[in-house]
Design a protein around this ligand. Structure first.
Ligand code: ZN
Length: 183
């Protein structure tokens, strides 16, 4: 497990004696990330630091997505991989259904908007989440120095989908229902 600790400078020790930056464990993906000051996370299943790290990581994709369809598709894949790692218990697993569509059914991620209503209707409520994740956004951020996002995002999405293994039958059935309804 990696952490995004870039502030471990002991020279910044505060008078209270806490030399090490505070870290927090993301309740969704389990990544241990240096806590960021500011308001609580806007992503219900994620720690504020994890949600912020995701935003920083995909910022370049967001800036280019309007001009480039391949970047837009990559951003959609990253968004769904992240969301599928931060589903809350009992919440409809729409992000997992979308991952199945993009990764196993060959559906174009750019159809996400068009399919949104059907995905929401079909998404199963899963009551057990993966206990551990192979790859998190912290791993992704750590690897960005040496590998770029067009390579990292698809392998991250594949890993998230594989981690959801026990739920594959339910999610595949939902994905197929979406496709059947959109013919
Ligand atoms: Zn997280």
């Amino acid at each position: 497990m990696s952490d995004a600790d870039t502030r471990a400078d002991t020279a910044t020790a505060d008078p209270a004696g806490s030399a090490r930056p505070e870290t927090e464990v993301c309740p969704g993906c389990g990544a241990v990330i240096v806590a960021v000051p500011g308001p609580a996370s806007r992503v219900p299943g994620a720690s504020a630091s994890c949600a912020a790290l995701f935003e920083v990581t995909v910022r370049g994709l967001r800036e280019e997505a309007a001009q480039d369809v391949r970047t837009a598709a990559l951003l959609q894949l990253a968004t769904d991989a992240y969301a599928a790692q931060h589903l809350q218990d009992g919440e409809p697993a729409a992000a997992a259904v979308r991952l199945c569509l993009w990764l196993e059914r060959g559906t174009d991620p750019l159809r996400a908007g068009e399919l949104a209503g059907r995905v929401d209707d079909a998404a199963p409520r899963l009551h057990s989440r993966p206990a551990r994740w192979t790859t998190t956004v912290a791993d992704l951020a750590a690897d960005l120095d040496v590998v770029d996002l067009p390579a990292l995002v698809p392998s991250w999405a594949d890993a998230v989908w594989a981690d959801w293994g026990p739920a594959h039958p339910a999610v595949r059935a939902a994905a197929d229902a979406v496709l059947a309804a959109s013919r």
